[in-house]
Design a protein. Structure first.
Lengths: 538, 299, 378
């Protein structure tokens, strides 16, 4: 392992703190040219922070970044870019209204010669040509004149990769690249990655999905709570060992396996053996448009019973968001939607307004919890009363019942392990995991929910918080609610759901059991004919 | 020449009197907001520009120096706005409002302290006129096109647009976000200052304590109406200036002053602006990151 | 370039860190503003010390002065409350001036026309003022909710429409008390009936203090209780703090905005009524107002809270009352506005405002700068 060639990228003793907490604690790593190094860890372990230090977006509190034996100036993205470091972020860094070529050349725009160039005039022909050329050489299909916001997610990722290649990146960092891709697209990406490494580039592949990592990487480095706990060759290790390094003993749990993508045993339906025959939620031919007016749901039908968890899988953008919004009264739709026999979309229906759907017992855990579920500047106890602020124990008559609200808040904060359990803390100051626990406490604790709609419930959450949330969802199911979990993470759905429906282009493409193979899910996600294990109305 | 042609020409001349200050200030607004910083303080920056242009022109006897002073005054006050908003992440609307308040009172105070007047300054040397209109007028007509060219064709323009839509993406591409925004804000102040200078040393020939009498806000409305583009802002300003011209001639025609109906006519341009904004024009998207403080260490 | 907030010298931290309490930062801002303006006057060669002494005399030095300060303070606290209430639902109501003017006019007209006995005439005039101001404020509320027009622009434009229509047409024309008279432009409207006037308090002391003060304080108390203690007030705060979350939890944003803006306008309208019914007794032909604009400063310096608006309102009222005496030392009365402006700037300044504004609808509790990425940042 101690080869004499120099490292393409080397991190020495990096430390980065936020407000007293060390997100990265004395991490040292090296990647050689032509090598794929996987950086593994659960959400919050410090992987992204480490990379943002490396590329100069953050300034480290201690330690250095070296490329090809030259130290990089800290906190200078330009220096990192010039040295050949390219990063493809998990949340794409594309400017929507700008075209593909404009996004790629931003910051290094080729200029016309002469006076015009001195004024800053961009050489558009050259830019377009070079970008198209870079894409072609890497085998990535792209329309250089399309506005970035009009592209599919996978296409946007290709733009991000071309962006780095055009800049001559010799070290390429990919941060959770497969999180937003379907199975087929992910395969393609892994092939691309190996191809790039074969051309002599160093690749850092960040992920928390161990199966992928073992397929694509030469070496694996494991981060846990900001520390580097293991560095090993991929050929010399197994998923189990890695899982242990990432999560410790918790890796043995089903939750741990789901988080790391190594789950093979599906969730048992557990306590809900006695599922009543009549469905609680019946949706028929739901159709609606998205926020841009394009059709999102195109005749979606499904059924859900009390005491079961139905997973909704699919590539992002196939109607999942809109489905959740329709169910919670936030989006108009046509078709038929019945909850406990009550029609939601007709005149006076419960799905016409959020207050009505709440009154009917619909609980909503949105993906963007900060924006849609919480009022950041308000306190925890105030947020816990949202949606029920007119009723006891939060109110008495027209006035707020402060004592009642305080008592109830303390109960909920303790029960759901929200930290800090201070009713007067600001909701906006909480970490993502604690915010989600707060939302879950509010929505699920009363135990009166008839329908729970959870969207991406563990996105951005670390293992412990994920566990708590999943527990809460199962408890809601056991208490008799019908639970719908919409997620882009198939492993999460496998851990939670009794049945998984796959959405494609606004319709249910098929329904599978959780133990169906990746290939089966993949085929459905791409619109393949449904060879389902169970009938769509299981 | 026929009376109709004569009155059209008169209208055109009046238009060329009223529009330039609006256009310059509005371009300032566009520049700032395109880079993602809300600038409600245009009114105050215009006021500083108008006053200092007149004051320097009067004391030095040179209108060109006055012009420079006006632009500088606007730029400096914008620099304060930039400091508060970019370095300290103050709320951009509040900072702009505060700037307007300070400009309102401090200029009144200075007018009194320096010239001993509560109404108008002494007459100031005016900028030379070309074809009957000051040099700034012609600048105001050319500048929108120059700015359009900058935004669509140059490096700087591309980066400004990126910074206003998705500053973090621009940062990862190596663009110095805060510095670029600061430059745009200061530039917008200089433009607003020039707009104010047009009022005092370009058109009126002195400073009036009421200047710019709301034109800074009309410039903002024109920016919104013009969908945050330089050419759109030009069109919107011409439209508003036209409304002003029409209002004045209607007012004369109907002998509004004698009938004490002046107020009705004076209110017309503002009401028209509101109507135009209400007709859904204002719904067009501002630059996505407009008004959102950029935190280099944030998410 | 990545900024590094890491090693900051302690004195800078102390100076610029957000205050735990908005009232302390307001006090700090006011003191700095006073100091700054003291220096500004010295710089122009005038006698700053006696200027300030006169200011103090004019504000607090005699029963009459106290009365003036109290009257002006009452009006300013109401316009400050007006802006504060609008902030609660997340709107910048810069239109308090226009709402004030319509309220004042409505009070003048109602006070003149309505043939009611004393016990009813006053409340009726106040109600008319509240209605006028409230309705005028509904316009920008509708424009925002239904057409997405930013309220800063619409309220400012409506201010001018109000000023032009009222001063330039109604008061000068149809409502003017004189007609066919050379002085018509300064005559104003017909005087209000005696029954509608605000009764004087402590009239023997020579001050002009009237019932407006207790009325304003009572209103402030009610508004404060409403915002902090009732369910509806809480819902307003949610709309301001997190409009999408509020909507998703079933709160009717549009209705809350309309209600809050109506109240905001009504408060400004009542402020206008207090001036008319208390001291002017008619809508004067020449009316130097600016109370509405000052309300913005009052709200901001008061940390956008109801108690803050009361404190800042009285401070700025005292300033206004005292500043008329500044002319004795040759300092223009607009100087008071300068202090105000600088105070607002300081309050708007360094780090104070972003977290402050974010906390305004909630409790001021957590430590400054706490909105940092945590260990769970990506």
């Amino acid at each position: 392992m101690s080869e004499a060639r120099s490292s393409a990228l080397e991190l020495r003793g990096i430390v980065k703190r936020f407000g007293g907490v060390a997100a990265v604690d004395d991490v040292s790593l090296a990647v050689a040219p032509g090598e794929v190094l996987a950086l593994v860890g659960e959400n919050g372990a410090g992987k992204s922070t480490l990379i943002q230090v490396a590329c100069g977006l953050y300034r480290a509190d201690a330690g250095e970044v070296w490329m090809d034996d030259v130290a990089l100036a800290p906190g200078d993205p330009r220096a990192a870019i010039s040295a050949g470091l390219g990063v493809v972020y998990q949340h794409f860094m594309l400017v929507g209204p700008l075209t593909v070529w404009e996004n790629v050349v931003l910051g290094r725009e080729p200029r016309r010669a002469g006076v015009a160039g001195a004024l800053g005039l961009i050489d558009r022909e050259r830019a377009r040509r070079e970008v198209a050329e870079s894409a072609r050489k890497a085998g990535l299909a792209l329309d250089v004149d399309a506005p970035a916001e009009s592209l599919s997610v996978a296409a946007q990722q290709r733009v991000e990769i071309v962006k780095q290649l055009w800049r001559g990146a010799r070290v390429l960092v990919l941060d959770e690249p497969t999180a937003v891709l379907s199975a087929g697209e992910a395969d393609e990406l892994l092939r691309t990655v190996r191809g790039l490494a074969a051309e002599g580039r160093a690749v850092v592949f960040i992920s928390h999905k161990l199966r992928e990592v073992l397929r694509v990487a030469d070496r694996v480095a494991v981060l846990r709570r900001g520390r580097l706990v293991l560095t090993v060759r991929a050929s010399e290790t197994q998923a189990d060992a890695l899982a242990d390094a990432v999560l410790g003993a918790a890796a043995r749990s089903r939750e741990g396996q789901a988080v790391l993508g190594v789950a093979s045993a599906p969730a048992a339906a557990s306590a809900s053996e006695s599922i009543p025959a009549a469905p609680r939620l019946i949706a028929r031919d739901l159709a609606c448009a998205d926020s841009r007016g394009r059709p999102a749901l195109r005749g979606l039908s499904l059924e859900l019973r009390a005491g079961e968890i139905l997973g909704i899988a699919g590539v992002d953008g196939n109607g999942q968001t809109e489905l959740a919004e329709v169910l919670c009264g936030l989006r108009a739709a046509t078709g038929s939607l019945q909850l406990d026999g009550q029609e939601g979309l007709a005149h006076g229906g419960w799905a016409l307004d959020p207050s009505l759907s709440r009154a009917r017992g619909v609980a909503h855990l949105p993906a963007d919890r900060h924006r849609l579920a919480l009022c950041g500047p308000l306190t925890l106890e105030e947020n816990l009363s949202l949606g029920q602020q007119r009723e006891p124990p939060f109110a008495r008559g027209m006035l707020i019942d402060r004592a009642g609200r305080r008592a109830r808040s303390l109960e909920l904060l303790a029960a759901y392990d929200v930290r800090p359990p201070d009713p007067l803390a600001r909701a906006g100051d909480l970490s993502g995991g604690n915010q989600q626990k707060l939302v879950a406490a509010r929505e699920l604790a009363p135990g009166r929910a008839r329908l729970v709609v959870a969207v991406q419930p563990s996105r951005g959450l670390d293992f412990r918080a994920t566990e708590r949330i999943h527990q809460a969802l199962r408890a809601a199911r056991d208490a008799g609610a019908a639970v719908l979990v919409i997620s882009l993470d198939l492993d999460e759905l496998r851990a939670l759901a009794g049945r998984i429906a796959v959405l494609f282009e606004g319709r249910v493409a098929g329904v599978c059991a959780p133990d169906a193979s990746d290939a089966q899910f993949g085929a459905l996600m791409l619109g393949g004919a449904a060879r389902t294990q169970e009938a769509a109305h299981g | 020449m026929s009376p109709l042609l004569q009155s059209l020409l008169d209208a055109l001349h009046a238009l060329l009197e009223f529009a330039p200050p609006l256009v310059l200030a509005s371009l300032g607004g566009v520049l700032s907001e395109k880079s993602g910083v809300v600038n409600i303080g245009l009114e105050g920056m215009m006021r500083f520009g108008a006053f200092f242009a007149a004051a320097v022109a009067i004391s030095t006897g040179n209108p060109w120096l006055g012009l420079v002073a006006g632009a500088l005054a606007g730029a400096l006050s914008a620099a304060l706005h930039a400091l508060l908003c970019l370095r300290y992440r103050a709320d951009q609307v509040v900072s702009g409002i505060a700037l307007n308040l300070v400009a309102l009172s401090s200029v009144t105070f200075l007018l009194e302290a320096i010239f001993g007047s509560a109404g108008v300054s002494p007459p100031s040397p005016q900028l030379p006129r070309i074809f009957g209109h000051s040099a700034l007028t012609w600048l105001a007509l050319v500048l929108p096109f120059a700015m359009h060219w900058m935004f669509t064709r140059t490096q700087a323009g591309l980066r400004i647009r990126a910074v206003g839509e998705h500053p973090r993406a621009a940062a990862t591409a190596g663009v110095a976000v805060l510095r670029l925004r600061a430059l745009c804000v200061i530039g917008s102040g200089a433009l607003a200052g020039l707009g104010g200078a047009t009022l005092s040393i370009g058109i009126l020939g002195q400073f009036d304590v009421r200047m710019p009498a709301g034109q800074g806000f009309m410039a903002l409305a024109a920016m919104i109406f013009g969908k945050w583009t330089p050419l759109g802002a030009l069109g919107a300003c011409v439209f508003f200036a036209l409304a002003e011209v029409v209002q004045r001639s209607l007012s004369l025609t109907f002998h509004a002053a004698d009938l004490h109906l002046e107020g009705l006519f004076l209110a017309l341009p503002y009401a028209l602006t509101l109507l135009v904004l209400a007709l859904g024009v204002g719904r067009t998207r501002a630059p996505a990151a407009d008004g959102v403080p950029y935190d280099p260490e944030g998410r | 370039m990545a900024d590094a907030p890491a090693a900051r010298p302690p004195w800078r931290q102390a100076l610029f860190a957000p205050a735990k309490s908005p009232l302390w930062s307001a006090l700090f801002a006011i003191l700095c503003a006073l100091a700054f303006c003291f220096l500004a006057i010295l710089a122009t060669g005038k006698d700053a010390a006696s200027g300030y002494a006169d200011l103090f005399q004019g504000a607090l030095g005699s029963p009459r002065a106290l009365g003036e300060s109290a009257i002006k303070g009452s009006v300013l606290l109401l316009t400050g409350l007006s802006v504060t209430v609008a902030f609660t639902v997340g709107l910048f109501n810069i239109g308090a001036e226009g709402q004030f003017i319509w309220g004042a006019l409505a009070a003048a007209v109602a006070g003149h026309l309505l043939p009611l006995p004393a016990a009813l005439a006053l409340p009726a005039a106040l109600l008319a003022a509240a209605l006028a101001g409230g309705l005028w404020a509904l316009i920008p509320a509708w424009l925002k909710s239904a057409r997405g027009v930013h309220e800063v622009i619409s309220t400012i434009l409506l201010n001018w429409v109000a000023i032009d229509l009222v001063h330039g047409w109604l008061v000068a024309g149809p409502l003017s008390v004189a007609s066919g008279n050379a002085d018509v432009s300064i005559a104003g409207t017909a005087p209000i009936r005696d029954e509608a006037a605000l009764p004087r308090l402590f009239a023997a002391s020579g001050s002009r203090l009237d019932l407006g003060l207790p009325i304003a304080l009572a209103i402030a108390l009610c508004v404060w209780l409403f915002l902090t203690r009732t369910r509806r007030g809480f819902e307003w705060r949610c709309v301001g703090a997190g409009p999408e979350a509020a909507r998703a939890q079933g709160i009717r944003n549009g209705r809350c905005i309309a209600e809050a803006m109506f109240l905001s306008g009504a408060l400004a309208g009542v402020a206008g009524a207090l001036i008319i019914l208390g001291t002017e007794h008619r809508y004067p032909g020449v009316f130097r107002t600016g109370y509405g604009f000052d309300g913005i400063a009052v709200a901001l310096v008061g940390g956008v809270t109801a108690p803050g608006a009361v404190a800042a309102g009285f401070f700025f009222g005292a300033l206004r009352a005292g500043s008329t005496r500044l002319q004795l030392v040759g300092i223009h009365p607009s100087f008071a506005e300068l202090i105000q402006g600088v105070a607002v700037l300081l309050v708007a300044a360094p780090r104070l405002f972003a977290p402050l504004l974010a906390k305004l609808r909630g409790r001021v509790n957590s430590a400054p700068g706490a909105a940092q990425p945590t260990a769970e940042a990506p």
